[in-house]
Design a protein around this ligand. Structure first.
Ligand SMILES: CSC[C@H]1O[C@H](OP(=O)(O)O)[C@H](O)[C@@H]1O
Length: 365
């Protein structure tokens, strides 16, 4: 998507710089736009682990390019296996990471080492191009939901969408998932407004979703995570649309911590709760999400500390928790399918169920 009129993807290859891989340092956004230069797999792993680059589809794409960078250093089968395993351990919850690495290994394993560099870059590029088209189509299939609300409420009433975390173009290669229909609705002139959950502790909503919506000119309001239920009780939310890091074959949804609580509030208030996902986020090997999806535990400091811009413009990190208090930091939770109104995919919309997913993805059954 665009930043000040210039189109970017969230990851790209700099052919003029030795085929290095470029990403935004998302830990610096929205205060600074810094582009990182990755030249080896360890740098790619570090970027994923530290969330310099994050978002389920995007970490898969960056890991894929991490494999390509690794093949330039050593295209042996042993090194390929080592790098795939190393990158696969960077973050446990988003299934897109495993999906992308398995796809890279399948594309390279039977090739001769001499052919692996070019093939790795080509496969990583194909993963990125597939993600861009997939996310664009997710937008197309989610758009009718917003049009229906707009038609019901009338042109002078805004369509209020609540979203959690960041599932925009910064979480994917381009367009986003949950934000894709919102961008398309805005671009076609729908009167759409977004309630943006700040999304503690990493504030992906306040920092990244808000940044995307400002740059695209989409009306929005940042709210504390705990405000969503109140807004729903008072009729201020017409629909919730969130992204996801893994959906099981029965439709259970892993997403950023706090999503489950929003889904409970939506159910209690009769607010439709939709989840947007590309095919790469489906984990048909898992059934019960609560029991089977690994939930990433991140550092306490992400809860005890907060980073932002001081009055004098300096970026500072301050402690916001009493000295001596420990913190726990589960980074995701699982929303059971019974709380999900439906799934928005690149192939269309479906109920959050095994039957619904089999109908859309018969080849994955
Ligand atoms: C389009 S996937 C976005 C998904 O990924 C985020 O996790 P993180 O920022 O920790 O990588 C979050 O769960 C989003 O919903």
């Amino acid at each position: 998507m665009k930043i000040d009129g210039i189109h970017y993807r969230s990851v790209w290859v700099d052919r003029d710089d030795g085929w290095s891989v470029r990403i935004f340092d998302q830990t610096k956004l929205p205060w600074a736009i810094e582009i990182l230069r990755l030249t080896d797999a360890d740098q790619a792993a570090h970027a994923i682990r530290t969330m310099q680059t994050r978002g389920a589809p995007l970490i898969g794409a960056v890991a894929a390019y991490g494999v390509a960078l690794a093949m330039r250093a050593d295209a042996s089968t042993a090194h390929l296996d080592r790098v795939v395993e190393m990158l696969g351990k960077t973050r446990p919850t988003a299934i897109n990471l495993r999906w992308a690495l398995e796809r890279m290994r399948a594309a390279l394993h039977n090739l001769s080492p001499a052919d692996r560099v070019a093939a790795a870059y080509a496969e990583a590029a194909a993963i990125c191009d597939d993600d861009v088209e997939t996310c664009r189509r997710i937008g197309e299939h989610g758009l009718p939901l917003l049009r229906e609300i707009a038609a019901r409420k009338g042109p002078d009433q805004r369509v209020n969408v609540l979203t959690h975390c960041n599932a925009g173009w910064l979480a994917t290669v381009d367009y986003g998932t949950a934000l894709s229909p919102i961008f398309q609705a805005h671009d076609e002139g729908l009167n759409v407004h977004v309630w943006v959950d700040e999304t503690r502790p990493r504030n992906q909503g306040a920092a990244l979703t808000a940044f995307e919506l400002v740059k695209h000119g989409v009306p929005h309001t940042v709210v504390a995570d705990n405000a969503g239920g109140h807004l729903m009780q008072h009729g201020e939310v017409d629909i919730c649309i969130v992204g996801t890091d893994r959906v099981t074959r029965q439709g259970d949804v892993a997403n950023k911590i706090g999503t489950y609580l929003k889904a409970l509030a939506a159910k209690d208030n009769g607010v439709p709760f939709w989840v947007a996902l590309p095919h790469s986020t489906l984990d048909m090997r898992a059934r019960d999400g609560v029991a089977e999806i690994p939930i990433e535990e991140r550092a306490e400091a992400e809860v005890t500390d907060l980073t932002g811009r001081a009055a004098d413009g300096r970026i500072e990190t301050i402690r916001v928790v009493a000295e001596g208090s420990p913190a726990a930091n589960p980074a995701f939770d699982v929303t059971p399918a019974r709380l999900v109104t439906g799934l928005i995919t690149e192939r269309g919309r479906t109920e959050a169920s095994e039957a619904g997913l089999r109908a859309l993805y018969p080849e994955k059954a």
